[in-house]
Design a protein around this ligand. Structure first.
Ligand code: IPD
Ligand code: CA
Ligand code: CA
Length: 304
């Protein structure tokens, strides 16, 4: 594997005011190059559960990140999707998704990334209490896009400041969602997909929650929602959205917690409209009528 020229590239791609992100970005770039190499070669897929996939690339990326993190931030904790649990009583904790978008990756669909979010956990905080998200590093190797943010210091894409979109209405918005890979029958998201599709410019389902959040931060999407994500999927993207001027809540507008099972990220302008729609949908109000396949088939037969 040829690692990217991180020594040269990083200073221009992360503002020097972002101290944690500047130190962590070379690790994300190296892990991104590693998974990109696996992507080009092709890699066998295994099942973790139901349709939840994992590959050698996920594990190799997490191993590399954990080793590099330990060298750069020896006192920091790591909570990784593929099982790394290190120094979790530390004042700083990184949530690591070593490869977000594994299903895409396994099928050769080039939308995946490395995601790393840093939480500050002052002494005395109970395990079930959230600390403060203070840094985010997210790297998409297929587009060579490095997203970074730190609390109070803004969000950046390849070193340039990013901002959420200015779109003021849902009907003019492009939004995104994802569907869980576990307990699929127990999830109602397809109904929300339908309603938001009928009321917006469209809903994309690209298969990487972390990239979806980063795209809200840089204005490519106006909003994004999903059920049942984990802290490694959301922490980096959440800070990117907040630092880019957006909002991150649960579907009812209540505060998002690191382990929340609902995430709604918006450009702030369409937040209230989306929350109203969620509220109406959960109450069964104002649902758009939709032709069933059977009704459609009957109409088609009548026309022929
Ligand atoms: C998945 C992706 C996907 C989302 C799933 C996640 P993984 O993460 O973020 O977009 O819909 O819920 O589990 O398994 O590829 O790291
Ligand atoms: Ca993930
Ligand atoms: Ca993953």
């Amino acid at each position: 594997m040829t690692p990217p020229d991180t020594a040269d590239a990083t200073p221009f791609r992360v503002p020097s005011s972002l101290t944690f992100a500047s130190a962590a970005a070379p690790i994300a770039l190296e892990a991104g190059a590693l998974i990109h190499d696996y992507f080009k070669k092709g890699v066998a897929t295994e099942y973790k559960a139901d349709v939840d996939l994992v590959t050698e690339a996920d594990r190799a990326s997490e191993k590399l990140i954990a080793e590099r993190m330990h060298a750069v931030f020896p006192a920091h904790g790591i909570y990784g999707e593929e099982g790394t649990r290190q120094r979790l009583n530390s004042e700083y904790r990184w949530y690591i998704d070593p490869l977000d978008g594994t299903t895409n990756f396994a099928h050769g669909f080039p939308v995946f990334c490395v995601s790393m979010g840093l939480e500050h956990r002052p002494a005395g905080l109970a395990e079930n209490q959230d600390g403060t998200l203070i840094a985010a590093v997210l790297y998409d190797p297929t587009r060579d896009e490095l997203f970074t943010a730190e609390r109070g210091k803004g969000a950046y894409l390849n070193g340039r400041p990013i901002h959420v979109s200015q779109t003021a209405n849902l009907c003019e918005s492009l939004i995104a969602t994802g569907f869980p890979s576990r307990k699929r029958h127990a999830n109602p998201n397809v109904y929300f997909y339908q309603e938001f599709t009928l009321r917006s410019h469209g809903v994309r389902r690209a298969g990487s929650a972390a990239i979806d959040l980063a795209y809200v931060a840089c204005g490519r999407f106006d909003a994004y929602w999903e059920f049942n994500l984990n802290p490694w999927d959301t922490t980096a993207g959440m800070l990117l959205v907040l630092e880019a001027g957006g909002t991150v809540t649960r579907f009812d507008g209540s505060p998002f917690r690191i382990d929340s099972r609902e995430v709604l990220a918006t450009n702030a302008r369409i937040r209230d409209e989306m929350i109203r729609l969620f509220d109406n949908m959960f109450a069964g109000r104002d649902l758009e009528p939709l032709l069933t396949p059977q009704e459609f088939a009957a109409q088609r037969a009548a026309r022929s």
